[in-house]
Design a protein around this ligand. Structure first.
Ligand code: SAH
Length: 358
C-alpha cells in the first residue's frame, strides 16, 4: 500500500508520520484531502458557519516582527472604533442573520479598552442572548479574561504563531512583552476559565521547517483546542521580518501548505472548528472554498467599515470575504458546488467543546 494511505489508517500520528504527510506529492495530497473531507462530513456535517468579523482597533503595544500594525510602524494610522459604532455593527450582524461575531484588535490592555469590550459584549447579549461571540484581543490579565467571559464571550482565539520557542523568539523581540511561555500561560488561562479555546500558527515563516509544522499540529492536539485559525505568512514591507522575504517559498506554495495543515488537523482533531482564514483569501479567493473542502468549517466575513479596515493592515494586499450581499451570494454558490450550505440557524459552537462538557 502507498505509504501515505498506510499512515492514514492509524488512529494517532507520530511526528514522523506527520512530517511524511506534510511532504505529500500532488496525488497523495488528494488522498489526504478526501479523507479530511469525509471526516468533516461525518463529525461536522456539510455545514459552514459564518462569523462577522469586526476589527475593533489597531492600537497595539506589541512589536511582532511580522505584523503591519506593530507599535513601531509609524505608517499605521491608529484607530479605535467608537463604542456606539461597534454596537451598530453588532446590530447589523444580528439583522443580517449572522449568529456569531468576532471582535479582534491589536493588543491593548488599557482600562478604557477593556471596559469598551465588556460593554460591547453586554450589548450583544442584551440584543440577542443567542448571538455567539469570539474575542481575539491578545494577551490580557486573568481578571480581564474572566470579566469578558462573565460579560458573555464564549470563545477566545489566541494564536501561538509558532510552537517552536526558538523560532517564536526570532519573529518577536526578546523581552517580557513577547514571551513564549507567557503566551502559553495565557492560552491555559483562557481554557481554564471555560472559553472555547482557539489557537493557530502562521505557515511559511522564514526559518520555519516541516518539523516545526508537524510540531505545531501536535501542540494543538496536546492542548486539546476547540478551534483553530491558521494561515499563510504574508510579508509586509514595513516590518523587520521583511528583510528575509527572498528566502520565502512563493505565496501559492505557502497557501498550499496551509491547506494541507488544515486537512491534517481535521484528521487529527475531528470535531473542532477550523477557520478558512483571511490570509488564505488574500492569496487567492478560491482558497476559501478549497479550505472548506479540505476540512475547514468557519468563514469570517469582514464587516469592519472600510475607513477603519484599510488601517488594519496586517500584511500585504490584505483583503477578506466581504459582507456585501453580492459576495455572500457568490460564496453560497461556490459552497454549493462542493455540496456545502451556510448554516444561519445555529451558533456553530465547537462540537469538540460541547462533547467535553458532557
Ligand atoms: N492582537 C491579537 C490579534 C492579532 S492579529 C493577538 O495577539 O492575538 C491576528 C493574527 O494575524 C495574528 O495572530 C497573526 O497570526 C496574524 N498575522 C499578523 N501578521 C501577519 C502576517 N504578516 N502574515 C500572516 N498573518 C499575520
Amino acid at each position: 500500500m502507498n505509504v501515505v494511505k498506510s499512515i492514514l489508517t492509524k488512529t494517532n500520528f507520530s511526528k514522523d508520520d506527520i512530517i511524511r504527510l506534510l511532504k505529500a506529492n500532488e496525488d497523495e495530497k488528494q488522498i489526504i484531502f478526501k479523507k479530511a473531507f469525509n471526516i468533516k462530513e461525518k463529525y461536522c456535517k456539510n455545514k459552514v458557519y459564518l462569523r462577522a468579523l469586526i476589527e475593533v482597533s489597531n492600537i497595539c503595544k506589541k512589536d511582532c516582527f511580522y505584523c503591519g500594525i506593530r507599535k513601531s510602524n509609524p505608517k499605521t494610522v491608529r484607530y479605535e472604533i467608537p463604542i456606539q459604532k461597534i454596537k451598530d455593527l453588532i446590530g447589523f450582524a444580528y439583522a443580517n442573520n449572522y449568529s456569531s461575531v468576532v471582535l479582534q484588535s491589536g493588543e491593548n490592555a488599557g482600562k478604557g479598552f477593556c471596559k469598551k469590550i465588556t460593554e460591547a459584549l453586554m450589548y450583544t447579549k442584551q440584543i440577542n442572548r443567542q448571538t455567539g461571540i469570539t474575542l481575539s484581543c491578545g494577551e490580557q490579565t486573568t481578571d480581564t479574561y474572566q470579566q469578558w467571559f462573565d460579560a458573555g464571550a464564549e470563545r477566545y482565539l489566541l494564536r501561538i504563531e509558532t510552537s517552536n520557542r526558538e523560532l517564536y523568539h526570532k519573529i518577536h523581540p526578546v523581552d517580557t512583552k513577547h514571551c513564549f511561555e507567557r503566551r502559553i500561560e495565557a492560552l491555559k488561562t483562557i481554557k481554564k476559565i471555560g472559553y472555547q479555546t482557539g489557537t493557530g500558527v502562521m505557515i511559511g515563516l522564514p526559518f520555519q521547517t516541516v518539523e516545526d509544522l508537524a510540531a505545531d499540529l501536535l501542540f494543538m492536539q496536546n492542548l486539546d483546542i476547540d478551534m483553530c485559525g491558521m494561515g499563510p505568512y504574508i510579508e509586509h514591507n514595513d516590518t523587520p521580518l521583511y528583510r528575509y522575504h527572498e528566502m520565502l517559498e512563493p505565496v501559492q506554495q505557502r497557501a498550499g501548505q496551509t491547506l494541507l495543515m488544515i486537512a491534517l488537523l481535521r484528521i487529527m482533531m475531528k470535531d473542532i472548528n477550523i477557520a478558512a482564514t483571511t490570509a488564505l483569501h488574500t492569496i487567492d479567493k478560491k482558497n476559501i472554498t478549497q479550505a472548506i473542502y479540505c476540512g475547514a468549517n468557519i468563514i469570517m466575513p469582514n464587516i469592519t467599515p472600510l475607513k477603519y479596515r484599510e488601517n488594519y493592515f496586517l500584511y500585504k494586499n490584505k483583503h477578506s470575504v466581504n459582507s456585501v450581499d453580492y459576495h455572500l451570494e457568490n460564496l453560497k454558490n461556490e459552497l454549493n458546488n462542493i455540496d456545502h450550505i451556510i448554516d444561519y440557524q445555529s451558533l456553530g459552537n465547537s462540537i469538540h467543546y460541547l462533547r467535553k462538557l458532557k
